[in-house]
Design a protein around this ligand. Sequence first.
Ligand code: M6R
Length: 366
Amino acid sequence: EKAGYEHFMLKEIYEQPKVIRDTLTPRLPMDQDDVYLDGINLEKEVLEKITRIYVIACGTAYYSGLIGKELIEKYARIPVIAEVASEFRYKDPILDENTLMIVVSQSGETADTLAALRMAKKAGAHVLGVVNAVGSSISREADDVLYTWAGPEIAVASTKAYSAQLCAMYLISMKISLVLGKLSTEEFRELRAALYQLPSQVEHILENANLIEAMAKKHVNMKNVFYIGRGLDYAVAMEGALKIKEIAYLHAEPYPAGELKHGPIALIEEGSLLMGLLGQESLFDKTVSNIKEVKARGASIMAIAMEGNKEVEQVAEDVIYIPRTHWSLVPLLENIPQQLFAYYIAKNLGHDIDKPRNLAKSVTVE
Ligand code: M6R
């Protein structure tokens, strides 16, 4: 059932072009300037009274929610709070009938996420679930469900579900902005065209996996790794670092690039690896100068950047280029090399990749 792949994780990484296509294309017809979300009620009357949106989830699902938050705020101009479910549920959050809560969950069974959903419903908020497992508790209890069509995810480390969740975030942010008249037809078409290119762009990255495998071999003895970025790149950094912790059992920390000098740079020494995420071109120079500061302290430097930004080679010894895309879709492409890098590091270390120690696929206890 691993279809010839050595691990489910690798198989699931390679399924991503299909998963992205399945999640996006039925909802984005080429001949109509609209997003069709399976009959979900995000119509004008509902959205006009929404004053606040929460995005609630755990782990990788939460990191996809962070991208959703940025995009909804950027395009629809509605305040969005993204929070991990285990924090949210023990606070006294402002929840009422003018609140929209988006809960994100692959399994649809995560205990804290389900508890947050129930709090929201009790307070009269509208709950939209972004769920992968059909018929799961969250899908049954949410007011509306947008399914991610990732198919069953077996490996504990989430890969294809994250990509599908990002697609859902793109669709939801586009829908909300369109309904509220905040996204021009021109911008919409530009985004749709870029979305349609994602599957083949992911394929292109996967075809060059051997380069990433070689980089993993080279860096397998690192003591620790810092993932840094700004804006959407920082949200992607969090997902990259989690994957390393989870399956490689190495100390990995995501940091907003500009925060390094406020403390963590003291940890940098020889044997440290820095993964610089440079996909956001408007922030490229800023992050490059942060990388220089780290390099001067003896760390090895890897970077992920968009094709065409060759200047990165002046600071990084190993560069992974992703195909050019719209700035808001960078996270999806940038994360594919991160998945492969974590996978090959863990493989070189001889770990049980599909069933990492101390972890369960679905966290149904608090
Ligand atoms: O099933 P869920 O999406 O609700 O699970 C949330 C997290 O437990 C999950 O994403 C976890 O962080 C993954 N193992 C990360 O790879």
